[in-house]
Every structure is written in C-alpha cells, then in structure tokens.
Design a protein around this ligand. Structure first.
Ligand code: WT7
Length: 637
C-alpha cells in the first residue's frame, strides 16, 4: 500500500546527533550494550530495576509465565505504588521538594511539596475509607485537570482501591457505560472546569450519568468553578466539606498490596463497540513506568518535568502522575487549552516555571505551529533540555519546527511509541540516540519488536507489516476488566503459536533498524492523538432517528492527524441536507463527547460490504483518498 499522507517521511534522512552536552549528562551512555544484556537476561535486568524501589517484602519470582498470556511479575512481592511515589520521599530532603506545580486556566497557581502532597492524599484516603470505600473496589474519577485529580488517584492507590479515570471531555453516555461496566459505587467529580474561557458542566453530565447507571451510591464533588449545581442530599458531598471533618485525618497507613493487585483500570477504544477496561498492576507498572521515564528523559533532581497530557489518558497516568512522582521529580500540570487566552500560553509557562522537559503530542505541536514562530520567540525557552512526543506519528515538518523553534536546535526529541495496553514506552529513543525525524527509533530495554506478515514471517527491511512485541514486560496490561477472553482474543490470538503481542499498528523497519510507525490497522482512529473506535461512532449515529446505517473512517487531517468521516444511509423518507448534517455531528458529539465530533458526513445509498455483511471501511477510505481500492473480491455490491 502506498500511504499517500506519509509521503513527507524521509527514511534515509541524515541522522541528527545529540550534542556533547546531552551525551555528557545522559544516564545511559551505551544503548547497545545494555540492550543486549536486557534481552539476554530479561528477568535479571528488570529485577535490578525493581530493587531500586521500596518493597514491603521482596518478590519470590520475577516473571511467572505459567498462564500465558496472563503474565505475572514480581509474584510474592508486597508492594504499593504510593510507598514509592510519596512515602519514600518523606524520609529524605525531597520531603520539602516541590512535587506539583499547577496552573489553572484563569491563571491561579497552586504548588505542593511532597510533604503537602502526602498530607492531602492521606486526608482524602481517610475520607474515602470513611465513605465505605474498600480495597479492591473500583472508584470512578471524572474531573477537570486540577490537583484534586491526581490526589484522588493517589488516595485510591494508597488504600488499595482501583481507580477508573474517565476523561473529563466524555459524555454522560460514555461515563455511564464505564461506571456500569466497572460496577462502580463511588464517583469523584467536580462542579466544572475551565476550558478555552468557558466553564464545563461536569456535575450536570455526572448527574445524567448517575441517572442512567444506578450503581453509584456516593459522589464526592470538588468545587472548582462555584457555578450552581444540583446536589442530591443523600448521595452527593462536597470535597471541601469532607476534608474539613475530623475523619480527614492527615495520617494514613499505606495499604500493603500484592505486587499483582490491580492499581487501576483505564477504558480505551477497540475494534468492537464496547470500550475495554485495561487493567494495570501495582508492582510491574511502577517498575516499568519509572524505569522508562528515568532513562528516556534522563530525569535529574533539578528537572521540572511537564507532561501536557490529561490524566484521563494513559499518558497522564503513567507520565504525568505516577512515574514522575516515583522518580521524585517536580511535575508541572496545567488545566486548560494551549492557546488560551493567546497562542503563547504554553511558552509563557515554560519560561515562568523554568520547565526543563516538555512531553506533548504531534497534534498540539501542529496546532501551535500554525500561529507562527513569533509567539514562542517572545519567550526565553532556554531552560528546556529535552522534548518528547506521543500519540501518533509525528510528521517531519512538525518535528523540525518543534526541534528548531521550541528546542532551539539543542533539545533531542524523544518520539515515544506505546499504548494504553503497554503501560509505558516501548519504542523510543534515549537522549544519546542519533535521531531521524518521524521515527520512534529503537526498542526500549527488554523488548524484542518485529514487523511481520499474517503468518508471522519477518518482512524485509523497508516493507510495511504488522508490529508485534515478542517478549513480556512488567508494565503490560494484565487483562481486560471482567473479560479475560477478550484480552486473549484481541491481542494474543493472531500470533498464538509464537506467543507474541499484536499491537494493532502497521510499521516499517529501515536498514538501520529504526522503526517507523504508519498507524492503526484495525478499526481504531487516532483523532488529535485520541483513540476512538469506528464502531463507537457508528453506534452513536444509529441512535439518531434519521439514520438507518453508517460507516466511519479516519481520513488525514493537517492538524488532527486524522479526522472522522461518516457515510450515512438514511431511513426511508428522510433527505440528507446541510441541516441534518450539522444535527448528526452535534448528535455524535453529545453522545460520545466533543472529541468524537465528525468532520464530515456524507449521505449515501449503499455501503461496500463483504458477502458476510461486514462493512469494508478500507474500500471507503481508499476511494476517498483516490487510491487503488485493492482486493475487493469479497465485496458483495
Ligand atoms: C496508539 C495507542 C501511548 C500513549 C498515548 C496513546 C499510536 C502512540 C505513537 C508514536 C506513532 C503512536 C499508535 C498506538 N501512537 N504513540 N510515538 N508514534 N504512533 O495511547 O490511546 O492507547 O493509543 O497510538 O497507533 O497503537 P493509546
């Protein structure tokens, strides 16, 4: 397949070598040597990293692969991620180090030392306990990007409850479905948040979700905007009221967990309609995220780390909240839009707080790039020493702009490929890596990655194929909540014989062994780096009275990477016009959330289907792009 929108990619690009300065301070100086060791003695490598963390009791076994693909790591070990993300820092000088610098969209600022973070987390942990939350139950969190969001996550982890964070941009329908799936009893939310100068109606949406799914008994609400909201007397409580009660005792023991006990579930889109709750564990996840974060971003005590992702996604879980805290870093968190009130908002914060590492997405870079260089150029960005990218392939134009304009030509860009399922980085450069713009470069330690065909044969260098991970790693998702069969089926069935994990991405490997990600091969679309299933959008469309059938595809978009295009067959008697088009866009946005709002709706009389009735989205896509539609021998009409 000639992938038209990747024609800018230059596989033979000249290497961009790191400067002497970068190499001098790098924690890892010899990738090849450590990589070799890490795959020859994988368990030894990970055990050595695990030893750097605090364990209540050391593990008996590093890797238990007796129930593949349900791998277990550090079995027999007693652990809690909070003992590492908070407790251990209280015993040394880091107690008084800044853990969190937070800025709200209106410009309000809060900072918290590790000491203060521990106090807030412990108090809230005691509040949760007094509200009847116990070890092993799922607590749903639906919040804007305010400090109470990580505090809520950490408080759950501290007492052994499993958090399920639902991105604050999701709709009532999406929230209700996820609450229902997890049978969650407790919801933590806020009255609203600030976004692009507007106030979001989080509590209104939460109320609607609680009407739709009856499992919530306790709802704790943070007052952020002070707008009027409806509180139900016997169910809803203000966070600040509870935190002012004697039950909010600032002393709370961290629960002793098994290394394999679940830490959180996080819902993500897949091929079929229902989002899946991926489960991550306390022990392996902590080891994996902290190790990848430390080596890839060369984390030092002087750093001010800014991961600009929302905690509602895996990037926020792994690299905004958990790994920076485990590594004792100072993290930056910002509530609002990158261009509010002006396109220099981010750059002014980099300057104001002296940010040393910025980790964001290609879509954000492209979005800010379009306002021109004069916005960043008004700010002193020389505190930056490393940059990062995640979420989708970064096109070389955006890469070069990021490198030159934001990084002043001296900050290497860590283009990290990974997924909700992998828990942390899998293919990624290190600061010392010679870079090629647009390539995520090479596997992280302990990983064996290949590009294969349907049968599992390696394809030739430069050829497109399927990306597989050939060996287990500590941060891998343990299962899908309530549906282990789906876990097996989705990721492990295609290469069952070999025991490989199928990532769902197409990729190439060049002659230098560098990986180039092309994109998803399943029915998942990445829109502005957000992951959406075509089936979810189709299900939302069908709930509209005018729609009889639909098919959704992702087509290239200059800023979003991909945009949602819908083909709709209307019910008999309905006519497609501009007004209905707008109505359907609004409908999807209301059903799923604004991130799923379609770019384009096209009314059609029929859809290309296989004889067994499966919609051939690939045909629709190829046709829209003016490409060869490929093998259509199974096409019915
Ligand atoms: C999918 C996973 C990993 C955190 C955010 C996304 C795409 C992710 C890259 C990258 C090219 C990338 C893949 C992957 N992706 N990072 N650096 N280069 N593609 O997590 O929502 O689970 O999505 O994002 O297609 O399969 P996610």
């Amino acid at each position: 397949m000639k992938d038209k929108h990747h024609h800018h990619v230059d596989y033979d690009a000249e290497f961009i070598n790191p400067s002497k300065d970068v190499v001098k301070q790098a924690l890892i100086k010899d990738y090849d040597k450590i990589y070799k060791r890490s795959v020859e003695d994988r368990e030894g490598f990970w055990a050595e990293e695990a030893k750097k963390l605090t364990w209540f009791k050391k593990w008996d076994k590093v890797l238990d692969d007796s129930k593949k693909p349900f791998y277990k790591w550090f079995t027999g070990g007693k652990f809690n991620i909070i003992a590492n993300a908070i407790d251990r820092h209280l015993k040394n000088w880091r107690r008084n180090k800044l853990a969190i610098i937070w800025e709200g969209e209106p410009g309000d600022v809060k900072t918290m030392s590790y000491h203060a973070l521990n106090r807030e987390v412990s108090k809230f942990a005691n509040v949760l306990k007094s509200m009847g939350v116990h070890k092993g139950e799922v607590v749903t969190i639906y919040m804007p990007q305010i400090p109470e969001l990580p505090i809520a996550m950490l408080a759950c982890a501290k007492i052994g409850a499993i958090h399920s964070v639902i991105y604050g941009g999701f709709s009532a329908e999406a929230l209700a479905g996820r609450i229902e799936d997890a049978k969650s009893r407790t919801l933590i939310t806020a009255d609203g948040g600030f976004r692009r100068g507007n106030i979001t109606d989080l509590k209104g949406i939460a109320n609607e979700a609680m009407r739709r799914s009856a499992t919530i008994e306790v709802c704790i609400v943070v007052k952020r905007t002070a707008q009027d909201v409806h509180m139900q007397g016997d169910r809803d409580f203000w966070y600040h009221d509870l935190m002012a009660l004697p039950i909010a005792n600032p002393k709370c023991e961290t629960e002793v967990m098994d290394a394999e006990d679940p830490l959180f579930i996080l819902y993500t889109s897949g091929t079929t309609g229902k989002p899946k709750g991926l489960m991550h564990s306390h022990g392996g996840y902590a080891v994996y995220t902290s190790t990848t974060h430390k080596y890839v971003f060369d984390i030092k005590d002087e750093d001010r780390w800014w991961c600009a992702a929302d905690p509602g996604w895996i990037t926020g879980h792994s690299y905004l909240v958990y790994s920076p805290l485990i590594n004792g870093a100072t993290l930056m968190m910002y509530e609002g839009a990158p261009n509010h009130p002006y396109p220099n908002r981010w750059w002014s914060m980099v300057e104001k707080y002296g940010i040393t590492i910025l980790y964001t997405s290609p879509t954000a870079i492209r979005g800010l790039m379009r306002f021109g260089e004069s916005w960043p150029n008004r700010h002193d960005l020389t505190s930056l020493r490393l940059l990062g990218s995640v979420g989708e392939p970064i096109n070389p134009e955006a890469w070069k702009w990021y490198h030159r304009v934001i990084g002043g030509g001296k900050c290497p860009i860590m283009d990290t490929w990974w997924q909700t399922e992998t828990g942390g980085f899998v293919i990624t450069p290190l600061p010392i890596t010679a870079l090629k713009p647009g390539s995520a470069t090479k596997p992280f330690f302990g990983h064996e990655v290949a590009i294969v065909d349907e049968q599992g044969n390696q394809v030739a260098d430069g050829e497109e194929g399927k990306l597989v991970l050939q060996a287990p790693w500590p941060g891998m998702a343990r299962s899908i909540w309530g549906d282990p069969d789906r876990f097996k089926e989705t990721y492990w069935k295609d290469y069952e014989k070999q025991g490989w994990y199928k990532a769902g991405d197409a990729a190439r490997k060049d002659k230098d062994g560098y990986f180039w990600i092309i994109g998803r091969i399943d029915d998942v679309i990445k829109v502005s780096g957000y992951r959406l299933g075509t089936a979810e959008i189709e299900s939302a469309l069908i709930t509209h009275y005018a729609v009889s059938e639909s098919a959704v595809v992702g087509l290239p978009h200059e800023i979003k990477g991909n945009a949602i295009h819908c083909y709709v067959i209307l019910r008999a008697g309905m006519t497609g016009n501009k007004a209905l088009e707008e109505e359907l866009k609004e409908h999807v946005s209301r059903e799923l959330g604004p991130i799923a709002k379609p770019e384009h709706i096209e009314f059609v009389d029929s859809l290309p289907k296989t004889r067994s009735g499966k919609i051939m989205r690939r045909v629709l896509k190829a046709r829209a792009l003016g490409q060869d539609v490929g093998d259509i021998s199974t096409l019915e009409e």
